[in-house]
Write a protein that binds this ligand. Structure first.
Ligand code: GTP
Ligand code: MG
Length: 313
């Protein structure tokens, strides 16, 4: 195995599988900054996911059964359009549930520990519009909503059973749903901060002695509202994930870059017109990343860039 590696991690439903699926056509056609050294022997997992995309559907979420759903995946790559050092891209947990569990219990297997300790960089996924995003309790709004109940009428039984919404949307049904869906109920921002803490603590310095690089990827960027899209990925994080944005801002060791990512440039689920157009084109020509350098946003038609940057030249 190659000695240099970067890891790709993220919580459940954060867009990891569909991203890997989208990388495939780029690798095959040798397009983009990042090139695959050679295709791995067992690619049935990624092939299956890529097939969904070719048919105009997003690949489904990975198996959520913790015992049998664990699939590690790795591929050797080079940045610099194939001229950089050989590096292994490791995806140690295809289903993001195990990262949630590791954070909830503060226990990481020794196998994962050594994986992180030998990696020189990481790609960390989160996704816009995921129904798996768990919001922390919004005390200010929760209090004023409860005050309304006590002033006008008795609170409904669901609110009595669970008087404080655990989700800042003030929607009791949504709270129950999100708590059921994400087993330990860790707010997504806390999960992200904890994952970053692990990366900070464990990642190795780069070969040249430089700080490890972490590409933070905001998936489904095409679904972000237009004005927020033009504000850029950093501003998006400050608005939607302020705790995590604050944590990124005060990180002193890691070299961090934030990317907006749209794997095919639009939405296959809710936009039939886009889907129709998409099916007429070559998937390897679709998709983009958005980079924010200070106040400028740059849109680049190369979805391999987050990994290429994390791998380095
Ligand atoms: N519009 C849009 N939706 C996306 C994009 N990437 C991912 N999605 C949506 O995100 C959902 C989840 O993506 P997955 O790739 O399954 O996420 P995952 O991180 O592998 O999830 P787990 O397997 O549960 O860990 C998909 O079903 C799509 O609906 C994108 O670029 N654009
Ligand atoms: Mg998956």
């Amino acid at each position: 195995m190659v000695s240099r590696s970067v890891v790709l991690i993220g919580g459940p439903d954060s867009g990891k599988t569909n991203y890997l699926a989208r990388l495939w056509p780029s690798f095959h056609k040798k397009k983009g900054e990042l090139r695959a050294e050679r295709m791995p022997d067992d690619i049935s997992y990624v092939d299956g996911a890529a097939e969904h995309l070719m048919k105009g559907k997003f690949a489904p979420r990975s198996d959520r059964n913790l015992e049998v759903g664990r699939v590690d995946f790795s591929i050797d790559v080079r940045a610099g359009r194939g001229t950089g050092d050989l590096t292994t891209l490791m995806v140690p947990d295809i289903s993001g549930e195990l990262w949630t569990r590791a954070v909830a219990t503060s226990e990481i297997s020794t196998e994962w520990l050594s994986l992180l300790e030998t990696a020189e960089g990481a790609v960390l996924f989160l996704r816009h519009g995921s129904n798996q995003t768990v919001q922390p309790l919004d005390w200010v709004n929760a209090r004023s909503v409860l005050d309304l109940y006590t002033a006008e009428e008795p609170a409904p039984t669901t609110a009595e059973d669970d008087p404080l919404p655990a989700n800042g949307t003030n929607d009791a049904a949504a709270n129950v749903e999100s708590e059921e869906q994400s087993e330990p109920g860790i707010p997504t921002q806390v999960l992200l901060c904890e994952l970053l803490r692990y990366l900070d603590l464990l990642l190795a310095n780069r070969d040249n002695g430089g700080a490890p690089r972490v590409a933070v990827v905001i998936a489904a960027w095409d679904r972000v509202a237009v004005d927020m899209r033009s504000a850029g990925p950093r501003r998006y994080l400050e608005h939607e994930f302020p705790l995590f944005a604050g944590r990124l801002a005060c990180e002193s060791r890691l070299d961090i870059k934030v990317f907006g990512l749209s794997i095919i440039g639009g939405d296959l689920d809710d936009d039939p017109a886009f889907r129709e157009e998409f099916l007429k084109t070559d998937v390897s020509d679709q998709g983009y990343v958005v980079l924010q350098n200070n106040d400028n946003c740059e849109k680049i038609a190369d979805v391999t860039l987050p990994i290429a940057w994390a791998v380095g030249g």
